[in-house]
Design a binder for this molecule. Sequence first.
Ligand SMILES: [Zn+2]
Length: 844
Amino acid sequence: MTRKSYVIFVLISFFAFAKAYSQGITVQPSKPTASEIYEDLKKLNFLGSVLYVAAHPDDENTTAISYFANTVKARTAYLSLTRGDGGQNIIGPELRELLGVIRTNELLAARATDGGEQRFTRANDFGYSKHPDETLAIWNKEEVLGDVVWAIRTFKPDVIINRFNHRTPGSTHGHHTSSAMLSVEAYDLAGDASKYPDQLQYTDTWSPQRQFFNTSWWFYGSREKFEAADKSNLVKVDVGTFYPGLGLSNTEISSLSRSQHKSQGFGNTGSRGTSDTYFELLRGEMPTNDDVFQGINTTWTRVKGGKAIKTILDNVVATYDFTAPDKSIPQLMKAYALVQQLDTHWKNIKSKELETIITAVTGLYLEAKADTNYATIGSSIKLDIEAINRSAQSVILKKATVTATNNVVASNKPLANNERYTTSKTLTVSDDFKETSAYWLREEGTLGMYKVADQQMIGKPETPQENTVTFDLIISGVPISITKPIVYKYNDRVKGEVYEPFEIVPAVSSRLESKVIIFAKAESKKIPVTVTAHQANFTGTVVLDKPSGWKVSPASYDVSIANKGEEKEFLFTVTPPAGDSEGDLSPRVVSGGKTYTKELIKIDYAHIPLQSLFLPNKARVVRLDIARKGNYIGYIQGAGDAVPDNLAQIGYQVAVIDPATITPELLSQFDAVVVGIRAYNVVDEMQAKQPLLLDYVKDGGTLIAQYNTSGRWGNTKIGAPYELTLSRDRVTDENSEVRILAKDHPLMNFPNKLSQQDFKGWTQERGLYFPNKWSSEYTPILSMNDKGETAKDGSLLIAVYGKGHYIYTGLSFFRELPAGVSGAYKLFANMLSVGKQEQQDIKQ
Ligand SMILES: [Zn+2]
């Protein structure tokens, strides 16, 4: 999937106001204007921090975050407990952990836009949860609480703001309420040295001053109720600031930030004018004005030795020359030297901010560019160094070294005003270079938790770029070291300059084309394993590990690949056992005494940097006895799902239909037509074509519609033949009891006899957006519900219409089939076979 084409356009459009010191999109150099530098200078003089806490990427109030980062000029971070793995994806096929990677980067793009920082915990977004009791049972509560404590101890906020209400469990997503409950609990624990004492070898205790809940009328049920409510405990803040230096209002920045959540369809239109936001005090003293920091010293005088720095920086702000920012350099260097003598956590924070400002006012451009976007340990790369000073001030490049290895790549070079200095060096990638793949996916975790062994990695938004070059400089007589990540860049004829991360990768990776392989008969299948060498002249062997009872031949192949990036395919014959059985196939490449088991997955979208992930490589193999009727299936894709491939796995011939081309003649060829998830939500043409689909049913066809959303986007027109009302009913417990209401119905008996056994081993959930009202023509087949709720009977409805059948189902086949759940395959085969009892049985 290549979506590179808009990378540069999008990056430029939000880099115009990206804050240089914020995290994310770190491969793209920041080039702030004189006005932006001025805003950053003012921020340098604010020593206060606010931590915003919620559960998912997109929960955060970007208006509040942008207000604190840009108006108050506080150090502002969003702690999202999860990376949003359990959400839906409207821009592509990635789900689960891969979606978590996309949403992590969307948050980083959002923070680069609104000036905040980003933190996480190890909690995994396992899907919708109705109650915090369930959430905290699936997450490891002690560990996630510890991670929130860790976030407070390391970020050291004066003020914590919760997005959600900790006092109303069950009223919203269980992850939401849990985020607020854990934040409230961690508020006290962070300052207590007897709690999570292991963390204290890396950091110290911290006690915030205030905690708020970022309430709004929504939490009161209506605007009227909120108007009438007692607000004596609420701080009201107008967050509608206009920034002339940026040409934008805070609310406009906020919507640009929010629009980065593209996988969630959160494109947002900016607004202007005053905008009130409310913070309900939970802990600490109630401010008497609209300043959440009231009474907290947020100036340089809060740190020992800060007073002298304050005097210098106040002067820098007062005398800043927008036409010649470099005039501030001598004063800034003086302040920088003083900051180096501080003994507080502010030393690193303010050093980084100063470094960015000094680089900007000096017009200093420093770059370390590799001649490749990826390399393996032991290979060699050519580094191109560029350094230029574009100011009247004295700048000397004392030394440039590869940070990990101390390889010197440049030394003793005075940088004269606007004279470009370049040099190159070829070096071997030693094992001091660090692997760059997403750190939280290196080991397999549990349903509710990522596994991260290194305490100091916990909470980091992404794997830190440790493959860097350190530039030791002397600016206006003061030494300063500036570290730059090694990058890769190239010129694209259409896009122009393209930056990509420089990655350290394993010598080899392997891949299986299908993630689930169904053996509907006892016959063997030839399974291709593709081996990709990431270095030249690779040799080794590849084997395919199998579940017990299965056979694989040959036992191994010798692998010899001459060129870096070249791949070769090896065919293994896999034979299933006679009876039902399932397990995992996983390729393993062995070379030079090392074993390589990972697969390379690239995620390439316009709004985030190219992601290269090395993940455990396996395919689910399922031997199941399945019968089916009908053969040729038409599939209309909605938001995108892998169901067509899955149906092909059990022997169906599947044609993906472009809705624009639907005609009665086209439809008449199919034994059944299936509508993909959310097609009526996202495919405009469905409204016009629905009458043709219904005529097809009337003439004897079978139409199966999978789930569409209701509610937030208004009542969806699914064009069912008889009345049917979608609701937000869902059953999130994948192990909840399934009661068969229509035991004798063909859907439960033909051609596969189904029982409760077939609802075992489902994944993530049963289904969602079930209809809750339907006319008498429909037969409800199944009944299910989450613990403590009323029965939901709308998960699978079927009606006879004319000579054919119409089925509407909110069951999550789009999750179950790719996971190889055998009962879901049998039920789907029965849906496709309905009304075909007279046809000859196609027993696989
Ligand atoms: Zn959420």
